[in-house]
Design a protein around this ligand. Sequence first.
Ligand SMILES: Nc1ncnc2c1ncn2[C@@H]1O[C@H](COP(=O)(O)OP(=O)(O)OP(=O)(O)O)[C@@H](O)[C@H]1O
Ligand SMILES: [Mg+2]
Length: 284
Amino acid sequence: MVEETGIETTGLYHKYEVGEAQQVIALAGVDIKVSRGEFLVIIGPNGSGKSTLAKHFNALLLPDQGDVVVFGMNTKDPAHTWEIRKNAGMVFQNPDNQIVATVVEEDVAFGPENLGVKPAEIRQRVEKCLGFVGMLSYRRHAPHLLSGGQKQRVAIAGVLAMEPMCVILDEPTAMLDPRGRVEVMNAVRQINKEHGLTVIHITHYMDEALFADRVLVMDRGKVIMEGPPREVFQKRDELLSLGLDVPQLGKLSAMLAAAGVNVRPDALSVDELVDELCRLKSGT
Ligand SMILES: Nc1ncnc2c1ncn2[C@@H]1O[C@H](COP(=O)(O)OP(=O)(O)OP(=O)(O)O)[C@@H](O)[C@H]1O
Ligand SMILES: [Mg+2]
């Protein structure tokens, strides 16, 4: 059952000890299920517990209370730690902190080398995974000379080369320019849709949440909303009160509808709004 579920947390509670007698409750009872093959986006204000939750998915942190079960393995059992880390690959915000080698292909080979994969297979994996993220032609380049978006795609290829079941990305686009963000999001969508990997993507960019099967909204250590993007972004006032926003196109369609233009107020993407405006123009 749990294996089917992919990743499941029950009653997950996590606190950090700060100083002598102070505690920060970062997760205050989180119960979620992530299905295999799902594209889950997690949003929430600063300090709401997103990164703390992400670090529980690959046993970088362990629960103070409750359980995290990753593809059938409880993170509390040290016998599973290695297998969990291999199957739940993490990509972080800063691309520079994730590069370990001086040549792109060596960087991608690092993970599988550590897993003891044979050299011939490593070569195949490196080629395949650099191809997945559109970076194969940079295989012999020096990573530190690449753009931020390119570096992040190399980091993603490095995770994919370990052949995980799930990729967890904690604000992978936060330090990128708009072009880099698009490049990385295209790569992330591709590994989910075409290669069937479970993707958990944490972001502050609401537009990135549009690609999700499901969006979780966190606040003060709890999941306070969840659902398909359209459903979640309907609750604009609640999101605004958390200091979050709705996707830009969502705002525009709501404004047009409020101004009396006959378009659906919940169009969220460029394509949807274009369809609405074309319908209006053709008078149907
Ligand atoms: N290592 C730590 N030691 C002490 N407190 C921490 C530590 N890491 C996080 N916290 C605190 O735990 C809470 C949750 O932090 P977390 O980093 O998980 O939030 P987040 O949603 O990822 O925030 P952001 O959007 O800023 O990345 C915050 O109050 C934060 O200050
Ligand atoms: Mg964070």
